[in-house]
Every structure is written in structure tokens, then in C-alpha cells.
Design a protein around this ligand. Sequence first.
Ligand code: CA2
Length: 146
Amino acid sequence: MSRLVFILNGPNLNLLGKRQPEIYGRETLEDVERACSEIGTASGVEARLLQSNHEGQIVDWIHQAREEAQGIIINPAALSHTSIAVLDALNTFEGPVIEVHISQIHKREAFRHHSFVSHRADAVMAGFGVHGYALAMQHMVRLVKG
Ligand code: CA2
């Protein structure tokens, strides 16, 4: 049976690979989507990457995932540190959730050390650069394939 994983990305991540390469690297979200799709395809798992700068859109996609997806990989970006709405939405999702941060948030400013999303996430990646998405996808494939 084919499986679907949503890879959700929060505010400003559309600039990935285009600004601040010293923190976030030179790869773009298109590169992330390609890498995750390649990992999933071999096992019949589709990766659908989405990005929005708007909290409500992220909440709506999580609701959509309840109907369509077996797993969620999410980099909530700054919403990690602020959004109880995103946490509440994730708490309604029954499948596995993996939180990804490109940077090692615990090495950065104190306000990045706490993530509301981590209260729900089954696994958390931080500091692996953009490769963290691919690592998360490898693990997610194992989870959704049962
Ligand atoms: O390390 C991460 O992945 C973050 O989720 C990225 C967020 C930040 O607020 C979190 O604390 C950690 C920021 C995303 C902004 O993305 C940009 C990418 C390239 C250039 C500028 C911003």
C-alpha cells in the first residue's frame, strides 16, 4: 500500500539556500524535497513538502494530514518557540511526528531552546543541517511501513 508523509516547513524557510548560508547552508527546499522523495520512493512512501509563512496554513495542513498522511516531518521554524496552535493541531494527528531543526537550537539563543512542538514530537533532529530532513525521512519510512 502506498504511504504519504507531509514535510511541513514554517516561516522564512522559503529562503533556505538563498540567505544566511553560514547558519542554514546552501541547499534549498527543492533539494530537500528531492532527497526525501528519493528515500521514500524505494519503499513506496511519497514525500509531499509544503512551506508557509502563516501559522494558520500550517495548522490547516496538519488537519489535512489527519485525512491523507501517515506521518508528519515538521520544521516549524520560529513557530516552534511560540505556537501552542501548532502543538494543539499536532496533538490531533495520530501518526508519527518528527521535528527537524537545521541548526543546533540548543547552541543558539536561549529563546530557541524551548520548542512547544517537542511536547508532541516522537523524535527531534537538531544540528544535522539540511541532511536532518533526509535522516528524519529514513526513520519515518521505517515507522509508516510498520
Ligand atoms: O534551525 C532551524 O531549522 C530553525 O527551525 C530555523 C528557524 C529558527 O527560527 C529556529 O529557531 C530554528 C528559522 C528559519 C528561517 O530560515 C531561513 C533560512 C534561510 C535564510 C533565512 C532564514
